[in-house]
Design a protein around this ligand. Structure first.
Ligand code: NAD
Length: 444
């Protein structure tokens, strides 16, 4: 039950994805225009326009003639895209302002601002690195100014990574990214993969989800199944009945195990190899909290949180790789938390475990890339689950509102990000952390 507080704005309902929905609902404005005063040759704008046209999206290279800047009040943009990959110095940043500023007020509710840059670390001059890094501050600020459920995100597209952009472009434009804003991601080259059906991009993939009996894990299982995956749901034996219900709902199979048990990694790996011929997607979602202030934290509560949330993931990953469970194109997706980025009072154990996940993901990325696999983390912010429903009223209400979208996210928002990272076409995203937090001020 959400509170209506006088004088506090009510949250805008977010446009969320359902299969068959158009990618965006309305026209897309894409810049910079060819007539820009300083030459600005980007690497991705043309390809993005073509992808959108193929997806039956109306693309406008510049504001509509005769309707004024930003397309006029009758023309509201479903998305504004800007190819900033060609910005090589600070002077050229003015093109970003000149194009987006007049159009931004004409974004539709749940609209999208998406800017493409060149990774600053790939720059050949400090001028270029500075200008490209400036995009980061720009997008995070625009996200905070966006209204009515709109989001702003930045994709740094490395050289030659342009051809692996489609699944990520579709994620950020569609309702799948409803609760993702203020994010800065890097896209690296990956083997191009064709996706015959964008409504079922996970067809023929075997996906495993731990902690799947309820909450976010159940939503992840449902979303992966909706997208075509065959899902193996995993949880502790004590949750057997709830787990069986989820398995039935997703037409998948249940595997009961306490992931911290000594034999869990070997049993899980053996089961996946024997029963399913391996796996394509492994989602480490199981997690627990045992909150106490540091001075009152007993050693067993410290240890159990670190072991469920982090130790078990490390041991299972080792078994998955040692026993060749994951096929080429494999995807490991680990659920972290904004607490692991920003820290949180009463959560030294939990935040340590969730920060550790980020360390693990970053350390594993290059080894995974050699095997043509990826590993990434998702850091949810405030998500409406049994866990957050149990919070004291005031803490809950604050948690919901300290983000740019002025509301809590839903389990499906985390699940959609998992499904995107699990796609065969998302091989260019590796070793990264995506926050699904409505641009919470925690961990910004
Ligand atoms: P939840 O408590 O509702 O579900 C967690 C599931 O993990 C349960 O079904 C539980 O039985 C299972 N689990 C716990 N220990 C296990 C073990 N040893 N072996 C196998 N399964 C085990 O939690 P949730 O809110 O759905 O959160 C899911 C994940 O998202 C967790 O990792 C959590 O830390 C993370 N997260 C949640 C939020 C939020 O707002 N709810 C925010 C940030 C991160």
């Amino acid at each position: 039950m959400k509170l209506k507080i006088p004088g506090v704005p009510q949250a805008t309902p977010l446009r969320r994805y359902s299969p068959g929905q158009p990618l965006v609902e309305g026209p897309v404005l894409i810049g910079p225009p060819a007539s820009n005063s300083l030459p600005l040759v980007g690497r991705v704008g043309e390809g993005v326009s073509k992808l959108l046209e193929r997806a039956n999206v109306s693309v406008f290279p510049s504001p509509l003639v005769g309707e004024g800047q930003g397309g006029g009040s009758s023309q509201r943009w479903a998305a504004i895209l800007f190819d900033a990959t060609g910005i090589v110095d600070v002077a050229r940043l003015s093109a970003l302002h000149a194009f987006i500023a007049p159009a931004f007020r004409y974004l539709r509710p749940s609209g999208r601002l998406l800017v493409f840059g060149t990774p600053p670390e790939d720059s050949s001059t400090s001028q270029q690195a500075a200008a490209q890094r400036a995009l980061d501050g720009f997008i995070r600020s625009a996200g905070k100014e966006a209204r009515l459920g709109s989001t702003a995100n930045l994709l740094y597209v490395g050289q030659v990574a342009e051809s692996s952009l489609e699944s990520t472009l579709r994620f950020f434009l569609s309702g799948r990214s409803a609760y993702v804003s203020g994010q800065v991601l890097r896209l690296r080259p990956a083997e191009p993969v064709s996706t015959p059906d964008w409504n079922r991009p996970l067809t023929d993939r075997v996906a495993v989800v731990t902690g799947a009996a309820r909450g976010i894990g159940a939503a992840i299982s449902e979303t992966l199944a909706r997208d075509g995956a065959q899902v193996v749901v995993v949880d502790v034996p004590a949750q057997g009945a709830a787990l069986a219900e989820v398995a039935n709902r997703v037409d998948g199979t249940a595997f009961q195990v306490d992931i911290t048990s000594k034999e869990a990694p070997v049993h899980l790996a053996g089961y996946l190899n024997e029963r399913h011929g391996g796996a394509d997607i492994f989602v480490h979602n199981a997690g627990i909290t045992r909150d106490r202030s540091l001075v009152n934290m007993p050693a067993d509560q410290w240890a159990s949180v670190l072991d469920v949330n982090l130790g078990a993931q490390l041991r299972i990953n080792e078994a998955l790789l040692d026993q060749n469970v994951l096929h080429a194109g494999g995807r490991v997706i680990c659920i972290s938390s904004t607490s692991g980025i920003a820290g949180n009072r009463g959560q030294t154990n939990y935040a340590a475990s969730k920060a550790g996940i980020i360390g693990m993901v970053q350390a594993m990325a290059s080894e995974m890339a050699k095997r043509e696999m990826t590993v990434n983390a998702i850091a949810p912010g405030f998500i409406e689950t049994a866990m957050t429903r149990a919070m004291p009223l005031a803490t809950r209400e604050i948690g919901r509102r300290i983000n740019s979208l002025n509301q809590g996210g839903l389990p499906v928002d985390v699940a959609e990000a998992v499904a995107w990272l699990g796609q065969p076409g998302t091989g260019g995203v590796n070793g990264q952390v995506v926050r699904v937090c409505g641009q919470s001020i925690l961990g910004a």
